[in-house]
Ligand binder design. Structure first.
Ligand code: NAG
Ligand code: NAG
Ligand code: NAG
Ligand code: NAG
Ligand code: NAG
Ligand code: NAG
Ligand code: NAG
Ligand code: NAG
Ligand code: NAG
Length: 464
């Protein structure tokens, strides 16, 4: 009952605000209509009056759909102290308010550092809610704060028409977890560390203008989401941090990842089962393991990924560039994939299909089943390889790759042509390619892996 009354009050305030907004718009409109252009100085004066610039600046250039009329729920008003003590309860209370108010903004003010334990921002909520993180949010360093469900630190779930933005920084304090990783110390048991930001079952979601650093494991994960736009993110972790994928997409449809800088200890972007219509454009990747589709088909799983576009990307000193990887014995497919307009700067495996992916201690046996890799275009990919082989297409014997095209791929190694290692694939070569698959005798499967395994090139071990 209390909740209903609160919601009603908030709705009333909101309606009043909406009304004053339309009044303002009306005023502008009337002036224009009588053919009397408003001088630009007058427009700036009015914008100044209504705090337009302040808002613009505070969102760092983002042009918001609801600039002045939204009901702002400031976490400080719910007891967040940003003084080093735990702010989780305050955030939860603020969320309860924001969730029931259409178009509200949950504000995390700038120039402060808030401390959070594990937290779930649970829907369903009203439509059009924004979480605006302007300050910093830091994870608890106490592992027992994650005992209930070690899969995530901050989770957003069951939300529709929802936005996260603000220009702030989300800090995972990952070193507390990394030092215990079995990757870095083989004697330790392998335990899962939390994903910093998990979006689960969200629809019409925007995530923009935030920085995420030193995640416990993955930085950002979309699970079962639809219509997602990610833009202007900065994701930063050391190149040696274990399993710290930048953005992981699983079971999600219509996901766009735009204009973002990602440098981590694992894949900059990884796209796995159940993901369709995924676009990554304007990505700067490095350090890290590149942009990967897969791994697919682990333990005989049937996995499917289709319609992926990676365009206008730059890879700098990553262990892979654009990669498709699948396990022996899997089923399903990775198909309709375009990698284009990409720059490689000293990348270990710039172009790679690896259908013999295996990061287990024992060798993985060759198997009859395999994930189908179909219809893959590599177009206008240029730059340098850190290894001799610029192009590696290692397809399975039982399910050769189909419909693979190279078009104007130019990859050099130490100032000379790089080489290609291609097996079980008929490549259609268009334009001018260096190297060319067709001119090489088939490379030997898996030989390259052994050679390249270095401390900096440890493979990931996702359990998801
Ligand atoms: C916001 O930025 C504009 C220019 O982009 C500047 O003129 C204005 O003074 C700034 N306002 C505030 C409150 O910082
Ligand atoms: C932080 O502020 C809260 C609320 O004002 C107070 O109870 C707490 O003692 C403060 N903690 C520290 C570490 O100063
Ligand atoms: C927020 O995090 C950034 C990046 O780690 C840091 O430079 C800045 O000082 C932090 N600000 C506050 C208020 O803690
Ligand atoms: C989300 O927004 C769209 C477009 O504004 C609207 O049509 C739809 O009803 C909204 N969904 C929900 C659950 O509010
Ligand atoms: C989302 O909400 C629905 C219905 O309100 C609920 O049944 C479901 O369990 C929720 N999903 C999650 C992941 O919590
Ligand atoms: C996803 O969210 C929608 C709306 O919030 C809900 O109706 C549905 O049950 C949820 N599905 C799952 C699998 O949680
Ligand atoms: C792969 O995703 C599909 C949904 O697209 C799902 O039905 C299937 O169970 C998933 N496979 C595995 C092995 O999780
Ligand atoms: C090739 O890709 C580069 C980016 O790496 C881009 O600047 C250039 O315009 C592309 N060329 C063509 C012909 O599309
Ligand atoms: C380098 O590759 C180009 C194009 O594939 C080829 O024409 C040229 O002969 C190669 N150069 C050497 C030294 O192999």
């Amino acid at each position: 009952m209390k909740m209903i009354i609160e919601c009603f009050l908030l709705a009333t305030i909101f309606i009043v605000l909406i009304y004053s907004r339309s009044f303002l718009d009306h005023e502008f409109y009337v002036n224009r209509k009588i053919g009397n252009p408003i001088p630009s100085t007058e427009i700036s004066r009015r914008k100044e009056n209504i705090g337009y610039h302040q808002f613009q600046n505070s969102t760092r250039g983002k042009s918001p759909s609801r600039p002045l009329t939204s009901y702002v729920v400031n976490v400080d008003n719910f007891g967040a102290a940003a003084n080093g003590s735990d702010d989780t309860q305050a955030f939860m209370k603020a969320w309860e308010k924001a969730c029931c108010t259409r178009g509200s903004i949950l504000l995390v003010p700038e120039k402060k550092e808030y401390h959070l334990k594990q937290i779930i921002f649970e829907g369903p909520c009203e439509s059009g809610i924004t979480v605006r993180i302007q300050g910093n949010i830091t994870a608890s360093k106490d592992k027992s704060d994650f005992q209930k469900d070690p899969k995530f630190w901050i989770k957003f779930q069951n939300l529709t028409n929802f936005t996260v933005d603000g220009g702030g920084v989300i800090i995972g304090n990952g070193h507390v977890w990394w030092s215990k990783s079995c990757k870095l110390n083989k004697k330790q048991p392998c335990v899962r560390a939390p994903t910093a930001l998990l979006f689960s079952n969200c629809t019409n979601l925007k995530v923009m203008l935030i920085q995420i650093e030193n995640a416990q494991q993955m930085h950002l994960k979309f699970l079962g989401c639809e219509n997602v736009e990610v833009s202007n993110l900065k994701i930063k972790s050391p190149g040696k941090s274990p399993n710290t994928d930048g953005i992981h997409v699983t079971g999600s449809t219509n996901v766009q990842i735009l204009n973002s800088e990602i440098g981590t200890g694992d894949d900059c972007i990884s796209i796995v089962n159940g993901s369709y219509n995924i676009r990554a454009m304007g990505i700067k990747c490095g350090p890290g393991h590149g942009i990967s589709i897969g791994s697919l088909g682990k333990d005989g799983d049937e996995d499917q990924v289709a319609n992926v576009l990676v365009s206008e990307a730059t890879f700098t000193r990553t262990s892979n560039g654009v990669r498709i990887k699948s396990w022996q014995g899997g089923r399903g497919y990775a198909k309709n994939i375009v990698f284009q307009n990409i720059k490689m700067q000293n990348v270990m495996n710039p172009i790679i299909i690896d259908q013999f992916y295996c990061n287990k201690e024992q060798r993985c046996k060759l198997q009859k089943n395999g994930v189908h890799v179909e219809n893959v275009l590599y177009k206008n990919i240029t730059g340098t390889s850190a290894s001799r082989e610029g192009v590696i297409l290692q397809c399975s014997e039982t399910f050769p790759c189909e419909g693979v095209k190279l078009q104007n791929v130019q990859i050099y190694h130490n100032g000379r042509n790089s080489s290609a290692s291609c097996s079980n694939v008929n490549v259609l070569e268009l334009g001018t390619n260096t190297p060319q698959c067709s001119s090489k005798e088939p490379g030997k499967i898996r030989r390259y892996r052994k050679k390249r395994k270095t401390k900096h090139n440890q493979e990931d071990n996702h359990q998801s």
